[in-house]
Ligand binder design. Structure first.
Ligand code: PGA
Ligand code: MG
Length: 222
């Protein structure tokens, strides 16, 4: 039987980090390489996991503030971000894996004829190589990175952009994500909202945001 969450849904937009992919280990490697290159102390994966979700610039800024970098002013942030992008490109798929149930869920919705798209706050340039390395390429009609439009999640713009491109009404669309930016973007766009409990969400339980549905695994949507 089909899960209730999928009732009357024609489009699913998925978040990437913390929802489809456990990417925190590689993000942490890159952040720590960046900090070391700037003669600052490494942060470690447990902290980095809490900083993911608002794009690379905010991730780097949080790391610099935590490491006690004075400022950080925008020149220092630019320099750190350039280092991070360079290191992350090298570590993109060293340890990054799909969460259990992801592939089966994507296959099941494809079979059902539900349109699927990806909306991440991650820089666009990393999307294709990550999808390719994890076997997730080919499932999404549209992919949008955090730098693709002027506004990123929690702004509803990327979700509405995709709904419009596919000519699907927001009330027939659902966002699946792991963090408050996903829940807020879904609400503001008029999308149904499903949250996974295993993701990052800045160290706080996503249940506190009252998404329409909560899942421990995307396997439940198969
Ligand atoms: O780059 C980030 O901050 C996380 O991106 P996400 O939107 O895929 O969780
Ligand atoms: Mg996420």
């Amino acid at each position: 039987m089909m899960h209730d969450a999928l009732h009357n849904i024609d489009l699913i937009t998925y978040d990437l980090d913390g929802t489809l992919l456990d990417s925190a280990p590689d993000l942490a490697l890159a952040i720590d390489d960046m900090l070391r290159a700037m003669a600052l102390a490494p942060a470690g994966i447990d902290r980095v996991r809490e900083w993911v979700g608002n794009g690379s610039r905010r991730l780097v800024e949080r790391a610099l503030v935590h490491a006690g970098a004075r400022g950080p002013d925008s020149a220092q942030l630019d320099e750190a971000l350039a280092l991070f992008m360079q290191f992350y490109a090298r570590h993109l798929v060293s340890n990054t894996r799909c969460y259990p149930g992801v592939m089966a869920c994507l296959e099941a919705q494809r079979e059902r004829g539900i349109a699927q798209a990806l909306v991440t706050n991650k820089p666009s340039r990393f999307i294709a190589p990550l999808l390719e390395a994890t076997g997730l390429e080919g499932f999404f009609s549209h992919t949008l990175g955090g730098d693709a439009l002027a506004q990123k999640k929690p702004d509803p713009a990327p979700l509405l952009h995709i709904a419009r491109a596919l000519d699907i009404a927001p009330e027939r669309a659902m966002m699946i994500g792991d963090s408050r930016s996903d829940v807020q973007a879904a609400r503001a766009a008029g999308f149904r909202c499903l949250a996974v409990t295993y993701g990052y969400n800045h160290g706080e339980p996503i249940a506190a945001l009252n998404p329409d549905h909560l899942l421990d695994s995307l396997e439940e949507l198969v």
